[in-house]
Design a protein. Structure first.
Length: 86
């Protein structure tokens, strides 16, 4: 997986992230538009300089992508949000 950039802003394809949150693309888009998926971008410093961490948190899952500056996803972490076990 590779993240694209528009200037300094990461652009993520919903079709790549939705399955990681146990959603289809339409469900992902609805939750994003309603503000029920929180997102975050952290830029590394020190030992992590040159890396970027993107976080997506739905009501059920938290997904973190650690990327190189070229957008290549280096690691993917997926955790169920506490209290949401099915």
């Amino acid at each position: 997986m590779k993240i694209e950039f528009d200037g300094n802003q990461p652009i993520v394809d919903a079709a790549q992230i939705a399955p990681l949150l146990d959603l289809d693309v339409v469900g992902f888009q609805i939750l994003m538009q309603s503000g029920k998926i929180a997102t975050g971008v952290e830029r590394g410093s020190g030992a992590d300089a040159g890396k970027l961490r993107l976080t997506f948190q739905s009501p059920d899952w938290r997904v973190r992508l650690t990327c190189g500056l070229d957008g290549t996803v280096l690691t993917t972490t997926r955790l169920r949000v506490p209290g949401t076990a099915r």
